[in-house]
Design a protein around this ligand. Structure first.
Ligand SMILES: Nc1ncnc2c1ncn2[C@@H]1O[C@H](COP(=O)(O)OP(=O)(O)OP(=O)(O)O)[C@@H](O)[C@H]1O
Ligand SMILES: [Mg+2]
Length: 350
């Protein structure tokens, strides 16, 4: 179980206009499960391949604990990568597939058999050990791929979207399995996904990546409540925005003025508030009015689309009454402690 440290890690594919991984500085603690989250093409797989040693960085360094591994061959790094499409050998049985890495390391046959069988039991694959990959379901193949990696007792486990080929139900099951195995083995794990919900459900910490760069690192709550940019806020579920200007603890915006509790510097800001943080009704402070464009009944709650200064906001409130407010003006309030302000950089920011 190693601490993984990336120092100014950069990788440019030949001929590419910009680096796929761009000056990443990041550290993953021993035994930690970090989700590397970001949209398609942002550089997640490239980052994993660099850590696994399957790609050489253009510049920068990688350390496992104090050991510099930047040029160390993959098989000598004690990091294993599990690919999205499993890459099981089609003509080998599941048992042979899982034992492959140990045979390459020329371990004693009896030891191999023992370790493989233990791993197959742990993964619930014991009965399927003589089958070929094609004779397994997607979920079973995924478990076999995971077993093949874990049987090597890696210090660093690199999972590249391991659940994306599974249907929703299996995904829940596999996610819980990965979590419990990761916890019991304590293996340092990086879990790549482009699904923020998956990242939230699994990870100790999330590292969010756009355009080859890590944009924000933290627990999921920080991404919801304190997004560093508008783009990050949007990536993490529904968010309402408004342009404003902060002066001490007040913000002026097209709605009027309201009070905030914020340490953001004075000047132009983007006001960020989540749909569930807007309170319906006039509560004196920070109360405004807006027409309801649409009301959607969701069972336990209603979802309202309200027109706020030429943009539409979403508001979520308990469904106390089925009465429709569509077309009417309603009052709503912005609790000062729920408002987050993002300073607007002069150059436009991101
Ligand atoms: N072998 C390659 N040669 C050239 N460019 C590549 C190569 N592999 C990836 N890229 C480019 O590098 C960037 C990052 O790719 P990468 O596969 O790391 O993204 P990703 O975040 O894993 O995306 P996805 O979620 O779609 O898997 C992309 O712009 C991609 O087109
Ligand atoms: Mg990828």
């Amino acid at each position: 179980m190693s601490t993984v440290t990336l120092q100014r890690l950069t990788h440019s594919y030949t001929g590419a206009p910009q680096p796929a991984v761009d000056t990443i500085d990041f550290s993953i603690q021993k035994g930690e499960l970090v989700s590397l989250l970001g949209p398609s093409g942002c550089g997640k797989t490239t980052t994993l391949k660099l850590i696994a040693g399957l790609l050489r960085p253009t510049s920068g360094e990688i350390y496992f604990d104090d050991r510099r591994v930047t040029e160390v061959k993959p098989e000598r790094r004690e990091a294993v990568m599990v690919f999205q499409n499993y890459l099981l050998f089609p003509y080998m049985s599941i048992e042979e597939n899982v034992g492959f890495g140990l045979r390459m390391r020329r371990l004693n046959r009896v030891v191999i058999r023992e370790r493989v069988r233990q791993m197959l039991s742990l993964m619930g694959l014991k009965e399927l050990r003589d089958r070929r990959p094609a004779q397994l379901s997607g979920g079973q193949q995924q478990r076999a791929a995971l077993a093949r990696a874990l049987v090597l007792q890696p210090k660093v486990l690199l999972l590249d979207e391991p659940l994306s080929n599974l249907d929703a139900h299996l995904r829940d099951e596999m996610r819980e399995l990965i979590l419990s195995i990761q916890r019991s083995l304590g293996v340092t794990t990086i879990f790549v996904t482009h699904d923020q919900e998956e990242a939230v459900l699994l990870a100790d910490r999330i590292a969010l990546m756009f355009d080859g760069r890590i944009q924000q690192v933290g627990e999921s709550k920080q991404f919801y409540e304190r997004p560093a940019s508008r783009r990050i806020a949007s990536f993490f579920g529904n968010t309402n925005f408004l342009p404003g200007f902060k002066d001490k603890q007040r913000v002026s915006c097209p709605l009027g003025q309201f009070r905030v509790e914020s340490n953001a510097p004075d000047g132009p800001v983007t006001v960020v508030i989540r749909p569930e943080s807007v309170v319906l009704g006039d509560h004196g402070e920070n109360s405004f009015q807006a027409p309801v464009k649409r009301q959607i009944y969701m069972g336990t709650h209603n979802r309202y689309r309200i027109e706020v200064d030429s943009t539409e906001w979403e508001v979520v409130a308990p469904a106390d009454s089925a009465a429709s407010l569509e077309g009417r003006r309603i009052a709503f309030s912005l609790p000062p402690d729920k408002i987050w302000l993002i300073p607007e950089r002069v150059e436009g920011g991101n």
